[in-house]
Design a protein around this ligand. Sequence first.
Ligand SMILES: C[S@@+](CC[C@H](N)C(=O)[O-])C[C@H]1O[C@@H](n2cnc3c(N)ncnc32)[C@H](O)[C@@H]1O
Length: 258
Amino acid sequence: MDGIYEYILDDLNLSGKLILDAAVGAAGATYHWAKKISQQGGNSKIIAVDNDFSGGWKEKIKKRLGEYSAFVELKEADIFDLSFLEDESIDIINCDDTIVFLNPVPLKLITAFKGFSRVLKENGLLIITSELPVSLEDDKENEGQWRRWQLAKAVYDLKGDTWSVEPRPEEVKSSLELLGFDIYDEKVFPARKIDDYQTTLEEWRGVMLRDIEGLDWINLKPALAEEIDSVCRKINNNGFMICPPTYVLKCTKGVERT
Ligand SMILES: C[S@@+](CC[C@H](N)C(=O)[O-])C[C@H]1O[C@@H](n2cnc3c(N)ncnc32)[C@H](O)[C@@H]1O
């Protein structure tokens, strides 16, 4: 992503550090962290957790990391249960594009932050990267993506599943400050237009149509299926999809307020 990893990594000393990557996902961010470790002497280690490595993801991640894989230990673990880590044992936590998944109900995210605070050393760093919730008012160009997102959430709810509550930066910052983190720098990276969106869009359409077919809401099904197609037409007419703005919060662990 344009400039984001430079912003995150340029002023970091990654020599002799134990780093927690929460969560590793497809290792997009992990790759940049591990490369920087290599450039700074190769004497740091990343413990990269995820609660889902199904589908051969451990192998895919190792392939993506290539030579930098040597600095990364992949560990299947739940971010809400970091009991395998000692108190104050971690120098830096990188939480990239994951907090949205840690908030299935309001305030749940705070539990994850509390766990981060426990395992971080005093003055340890927590770097959070997250997308801003897509908004329709701010930019009409977002309409296709906004509709896509709202439909996905609605269908998820109609299935009886729990969709995450998207945390806004204001609330994330208040929660962090309450737990004693000091936010020493932050930056918003603007939305980007993605031109090679077709595969993603087709995958999304397939998943949505399958989910709608399985709904018990008989009378809603045709209308929802038509809306899915109309969103695809809208995005195809635009010729791009919007990747929302991303914000980065750089924090140090301070003292929790009592
Ligand atoms: C968008 S991905 C992260 C992207 C990644 N940081 C990268 O750079 O490519 C989000 C990941 O969070 C994982 N995840 C969600 N909830 C989790 C939890 N409670 N514990 C551990 N991993 C979780 C998901 O399995 C998914 O792989």
